[in-house]
Structure formats: C-alpha cells, structure tokens
Design a protein around this ligand. Structure first.
Ligand code: C5P
Length: 421
C-alpha cells in the first residue's frame, strides 16, 4: 500500500468527480477513507463512495459506534494526507474560521497531517472577497490548493470555479504523499513530523571486520552511508534511534545513539542488548564468514603461510526476525542483487522471516555502487513496489516513512485483534 488519503467530499455538483478520484487513487495502490459531509451526501451516495474505496464511509460526527471504533481525532491522523474535494465555499469558510461544526471540519481542525483542497463553486462565489479572504487564510494556515480551473459551469456560467480534474488532483496528491511523490522525482513532499514519535528504531550499518589476528582483518567495501541516512531520517520523524555501526569513516549524526562494533558477533550482541525496539532495519553488510582460528597475537611470517579456516557468522537479520518473543514489530532487511533481483529478494524475505526486503539492483548498468542514486524495490508478503531512481538520501527518507506506516498499520491491526479476542 502506498499511503492513505482521507477524502472529504463536500456538497457540490463536482462531487461526482471525486468518485473518479477514488478509482484513480486505488489504482495507484493508495488507500482511501471517504468522509461525506451532509451536503456531499446529496450529490453522491455513501454506498458508491464505499464501494469504490472498498472501505466504510464516515459521515456522522456523533455516531457512537464510530467514536468507539475510531474517534474523530484518530480519524484525522490515520491518513497521510487529507484531501477536500470538492471544497465548497461553505466548507472553506468554516475551515478558515476554525469551526468544528461537523465531522469534516472537526477532522480538519484536529489533524496534524497535510491538507489539500480542491475548490469548486460558482464563478462569483469564488471571486467574492469573502472566499478570497478564506483562501488566503487557509493558505497561511498551511493548506495546499489544487485548482479551481476556468471553464463552463453546471450553473450555465463560465469562469473560474470548476474543480480540478481527477487526474490533476491525483498528480497533486502524488506530489504530497510520501513514498509515492517520489515517483515524480520533484519537490520532496511535506514531512509528516512525528510519524515515529514514541518509537524506538534500531539500525545496523556499515561493514564488519573479522580478525585474522591481533592486527589483520577481513572486511568489505560497505561505506555505511545507507544505514546512517536511514538513522537520520528516522530521527527526523521523531524516533529514538540506536545505530549499531561497524567501522566506518562517517561523522556521528546528531541526536542518534551510536554503538560501535567490529565483528558480526559483537553486532548481534549489541542488537540483542538494544531490544526491544519497534522497528529494526538491518542495513549492515555483515561478513558472512569469520576466521575460526584467529590468532591472539600478531602472526609471524616466519611461522609460514597460515591456513584460514572460515566458519559462518550468525545472520543477525534472520535471528531477530525469527524471534518468538521480543521481535520488533517491523523487521526490514536489504538485498543487493545483480540478477533476478525480485525473485531473489522474495526468497530472502521468506527465508529470513523479514517483513520487508529492500532490494537494490546493483548490476553494473545501474551504477549503484559508489553512485549517488539508487533504484529500489520494496518486497513484502503483499507484493512488490518498485520505486524510480532517486538519490540515496531520498530513498532513506521515503523508506523510513514507509516503514513508519507499516509499523502504524501493524499496531492498529494488533489492537483490533486484541479488541476482538
Ligand atoms: O543474505 P544477504 O547477506 O544478502 O542478506 C542481506 C540482509 O541480511 C541485509 O539486511 C543484512 O544486513 C542482513 N544480514 C545480517 N547478518 C548477516 C548477513 C546479512 O543481518 N550475517
């Protein structure tokens, strides 16, 4: 799933276009929670909105069952983005005034998520100083706008006030939704601050060094950049971040607790010591083998060429993901592949019992190693989501938000299961 939109459908003839918008969003894998105002219900039926969205429609502030299942505060925050389409003159006026006179305006007042409005009204209503005042007020409050457009109106007049077309709205939504706006490769979407507030995120990063003796070791070329960028992204979303890091030459990021380790076994121990965590991301390039008979001192040339007996290292990701007790809610791993990227990542997802594998196509033509950009595929039990090429920093930001949403959804369904039992 690529995020969730709470779609408030106001009372205007353009409401029928919002049904088309639901279809377009669903086709993009975006979940839609429809919310109809009283006036909105006169233009489209709750049943058609529910059928297209495949979800229950919210329409009554005082519905007792709704308040028990999901209160208006929770409703206002359960989506990544709130879209008001059509935003009528009346709805805009009430939102601008900060009224909470029905479910729609209450949600708009209570939300901490970005809001996108698609105004639709008669040309004179749009041009009225009162509406323009409300528009400026709402913009100053941080509300985003798409449209209106110029054209013929249902009332027979011509001018500014037609609601933006569903395709135009879809594009505006993709620009604002984390994890999907990336597809455009344009402006970074507004950061939903606090998506990870209260969460502990544990990340492994960098290579491991496996000693041959007191001074020599086996290593790999991992720079640790991806893991460090993820740690910063998690911190920026409000998480408490612990970064278990192999030897790297990166500056220590602010506001992140770093636990330096050298070997795979030390990394596993540090990870165990840091559990429980809400989300664990295994971005380290852990050495698959270590030398069984590492010498305590420095080996001498005169002693002859040593024979190295390699033994497998513990798989940290598989160990943690397979834990029966104390397993983090979301466990994410990486897979760098050159061939059959998705099939191999799928196998890894199952074998290691991860919730998600982030697969990198590292074939030479992709120029990922050492390059600034990355092409990733997110593999979960639900399917594959392939992201377009983007720089590694943005991969980290989008990925962390994606994991935050998975965590939140998992928490929500766990709470629902508990309530059922
Ligand atoms: O099997 P492979 O090394 O390709 O799997 C990569 C994923 O598993 C990465 O997420 C890596 O951090 C994790 N891993 C681990 N411990 C190992 C080997 C890999 O946590 N010993």
């Amino acid at each position: 799933m690529n995020g969730r939109v709470l779609l408030i459908i106001g009372g205007g003839i353009a409401a029928y276009k919002s049904l088309e918008l639901i279809r377009l969003l669903k086709r993009k894998g975006i979940a839609v929670t429809p919310l109809l105002t009283k006036a909105g219900e006169r233009f489209v039926t709750p049943m058609s909105a529910a059928a297209l969205a495949g979800e229950k429609v919210h329409d009554d502030l005082f519905s007792l069952t709704d308040e028990v299942e999901m209160g208006h505060i929770e409703l206002s925050r359960a989506a990544d983005l709130i879209v008001v389409a059509p935003a009528t003159a009346d709805l805009m006026a009430r939102a601008a005034a900060g009224l909470a006179s029905d479910l729609a305006t209450t949600v708009l007042l209570a939300t901490d998520k970005p809001v996108l409005m698609a105004p639709a009204m008669n040309v004179r209503m749009w041009g009225h100083p009162a509406t323009q005042r409300n528009l400026e007020r709402l913009k100053a409050d941080g509300v985003h706008f798409a449209g209106p457009e110029e054209g013929d109106m249902a009332c027979g007049e011509h001018g500014m006030g037609r609601m933006a077309e569903p395709q135009t709205l879809l594009e505006a939504i993709l620009d604002m939704l984390p994890g999907t706006g990336a597809e455009n490769g344009t402006a970074a979407p507004a950061l939903p601050e606090g998506l990870l507030s209260g969460a502990k995120v544990l990340i492994t990063a960098g290579p491991t060094h496996e000693p041959l003796d007191a001074v020599r070791y086996i290593a790999n070329r991992s720079s640790g950049r991806q893991g460090y960028a993820l740690a910063e992204a998690a911190r920026d979303l409000g998480a408490r971040v612990v970064l278990v890091s192999g030897p790297v030459s990166l500056p220590v990021p602010e506001g992140i607790e770093i636990i330096p380790v050298e070997t795979a076994r030390e990394m596993l121990q540090a990870v165990r010591d840091e559990l429980p965590a809400d989300i664990a991301v295994f971005a380290a390039a852990v050495a698959d083998w270590r030398v069984e008979n590492a010498a305590a001192g420095k080996m001498k040339k005169e002693q002859g060429t040593p024979r190295l007996n390699l033994v497998p290292n513990p798989d940290i990701l598989a160990t943690v993901a397979g834990m029966e007790k104390g397993r983090p809610t979301i466990v994410a791993g990486f897979a760098a592949e050159t061939d059959d990227v998705i099939d191999n990542a799928r196998r890894k997802l199952q074998a290691k019992k991860a919730d998600i594998i982030v697969a990198n196509d590292v074939s030479p033509q992709q120029d990922v190693f050492g390059g600034a950009e990355n092409t990733v595929h997110l593999i979960t039990a639900q399917g594959v989501d392939s992201w377009p090429r983007m720089d590694k920093q943005r991969v980290a930001e989008h990925l962390m938000r994606h994991l935050a949403r998975m965590w939140r959804d998992a928490k929500r369904s766990r709470a629902a299961e508990q309530a059922d039992s």
